[in-house]
Ligand binder design. Structure first.
Ligand code: DAT
Length: 179
């Protein structure tokens, strides 16, 4: 049943945004399994290619070389059928995506998930605050046409399953509307 979606999805490109820990990777990878689409984790892509430009002392992490990341992905994006996972959307050309999902998690759950990931101090607090102030959602609403941006609550495994079903429906609808 699900394999039938893969050709429907072929020309579309989907993007997941959201604060670290909201569940982008879990959802993106599961969606790729169910649809046959190609999942790309921008953080991992940058690490593999060492697409960095300096080091952020405050957050103790490398700084992405945005131009090189965009160059690296641009050809693949043109082929369609991609699922892209990254916390923010500032660096991506608007033309890349047909549908954008911003995942949201309640702050208590997010706090626990990020603590389990080893985040402490300012990094932990700033990321939870980023979620409370819905920074990523507002960023996405400014970066893309508002009607392609969907916000999804992602607190529990039931939410995850529900979100997968809704994403499959939305994407199918998108294909019907655009073909
Ligand atoms: P992200 O890629 O946004 O940083 P992730 O997919 O790595 O997030 O998930 C962070 C943690 O939360 C990980 O331990 C899996 C868990 N998780 C993801 N989605 C969940 C959900 N819907 N319900 C409960 N836990 C979830």
């Amino acid at each position: 049943h699900l394999a039938a979606y893969s050709h429907l999805f072929f020309d579309s490109a989907t993007c997941f945004h959201g604060t670290p820990g909201v569940g982008k990777t879990t959802l993106g990878k599961e969606l790729a399994i169910r649809t046959g689409l190609t999942y790309v984790n921008v953080g991992e892509l940058a690490q593999e290619g060492q697409l960095y430009d300096g080091f952020d002392e405050e957050y103790q992490c490398p700084v992405l070389d945005e131009d090189r990341v965009v160059d690296e992905l641009d050809e693949k994006m043109g082929e369609g059928g991609m699922i892209v996972d990254y916390h923010s959307c500032d660096l991506f050309p608007e033309r890349w995506f047909h549908i954008v999902f911003v995942l949201r998690t309640d702050n208590t759950q997010l706090y626990t998930r990020l603590e389990n990931r080893g985040y402490t101090g300012k990094k932990l607090q700033d990321n939870v605050q980023c979620e409370i102030f819905q920074i990523i959602y507002e960023e996405a609403m400014e970066a893309y046409q508002q009607e392609i941006v969907h916000q999804l609550k992602n607190n529990t495994p039931e939410d995850l399953e529900h979100n997968l079903e809704r994403i499959l429906q939305w994407t199918e609808q998108w294909m019907q509307d655009h073909n």
